[in-house]
Design a protein around this ligand. Structure first.
Ligand code: ZN
Length: 352
């Protein structure tokens, strides 16, 4: 397959023939998915990157509101060391206090085995209500050595070895597992990241038990040509969705996780859609970022993503107005305006 990245990771514009998508026509006519899944990561990724620690009851109120917007997957917190990320030191309390309907899957970020120990202890201890404290875990590592070292102080090999144990134990505990590979589209320290390396890591994580692989453009370096080519190759090599059932390791979901660092997040979404991707991660209000390097700004805003998808006739099951109310609520909590466009402009009104 395409092995060289030296001529630029993108491909040529001629390869990228985008058909005009008018408001009236259906997405499927253009080879785009009819519906996509959106996983909201703001309560974890967003709250973690705020300089101030948000009071637990405000977090709980925001999560409870998000859980009633039609979102079906919510990442609510992380089991990281409280001295490293004090903003999420209340993980247990948040999980005990949120009231999330059963049809919404709750996920937590697990950095390592110690984090998994804490999470499983909480889950087994039981929360005083019907549903489990959480349903899914999310693990992460970087595709570049330097970013991985700066982010988690481990080599890629060390991270992989640790996550293989975490994933095996989590699957044994009946949890759904997603692994996110950061810097999949480029590293601020190392530059181009070979697609083959990213896909090899993805295959290792899949074989270790991950049912979903998220590819993260952690510092917003990806462009649409590169994204389209990347996912075409990823789908060809990883063959998502071709297994026979839940127990089959080939039943794999591929997810795109874009940051809007350079304003290209939604362009990258369209490119991923064209390559057949139907699962995305985003943050309401465009909250979030990455601890390294400084200045790595937020994920694409969920409301901007949902607005674009709905305008293209792609279903998400999400109530955009309800979602915007959550972002307004977050603005109040944080005491500053948030960066999402739809929050400022409002949803498109064709009959205004
Ligand atoms: Zn992110």
């Amino acid at each position: 397959m395409i092995a060289t990245l030296s001529a630029g990771a993108a491909g040529t514009a001629a390869e990228y023939r985008l058909q005009a998508v008018s408001v009236q026509c259906s997405a499927s006519e253009h080879g785009l998915p009819r519906a996509v899944t959106v996983r909201e990561v703001g309560p974890r990724d967003g709250f973690q990157n705020e300089p101030e620690t948000i009071p637990t009851e405000r977090k709980v109120a925001l999560i409870d509101a998000l859980a009633r917007t039609g979102l079906r997957r919510l990442e609510v917190t992380s089991f990281v060391r409280p001295d490293v990320i004090p903003q999420l030191a209340d993980a247990e309390e948040v999980l005990a206090r949120i009231d999330v309907p059963a049809e919404v899957s709750i996920s937590v970020l697990i950095p390592n085995e110690r984090g998994l120990d804490k999470a499983l202890a909480l889950r087994e201890g039981g929360v005083a209500r019907e549903r489990a404290a959480f349903d899914e875990i999310n693990v992460f590592m970087s595709a570049s050595e330097t970013h991985n070292r700066k982010n988690v102080n481990r080599s890629i090999a060390q991270s992989l070895a640790g996550l293989e144990v975490v994933l095996a134990r989590a699957r044994e505990a009946g949890l759904r597992c997603e692994a996110v590979i950061s810097t999949s589209f480029g590293c601020p320290y190392e530059g181009h990241v070979p697609v083959e390396r990213v896909l090899e890591l993805a295959a290792r994580l899949r074989d270790a038990g991950a049912q979903e692989i998220g590819f993260g453009d952690t510092t917003g370096m990806a462009n649409p040509l590169q994204v389209r080519r990347f996912f075409a190759q990823a789908r060809q090599e990883l063959r998502p969705g071709e297994g026979k059932g839940e127990g089959d390791r080939k039943t794999l979901q591929l997810t795109a996780h874009f940051h809007n660092t350079r304003g290209q997040g939604l362009a990258n979404v369209l490119a991923a859609l064209e390559a057949g991707v139907d699962s995305f991660e985003s943050s309401f209000g465009e909250l979030g970022g990455c601890p390294v390097p400084a200045g790595a700004t937020g994920n694409i805003a969920t409301e901007d993503l949902v607005s674009m998808l709905h305008e293209m006739g792609i279903q998400t099951g999400i109530d955009l107005q309800a979602l915007l109310a959550c972002s307004r609520q977050a603005q109040e909590v944080l005491g500053r305006p948030l960066g999402s466009h739809t929050l400022v402009a409002g949803p498109v009104q064709w009959n205004a």
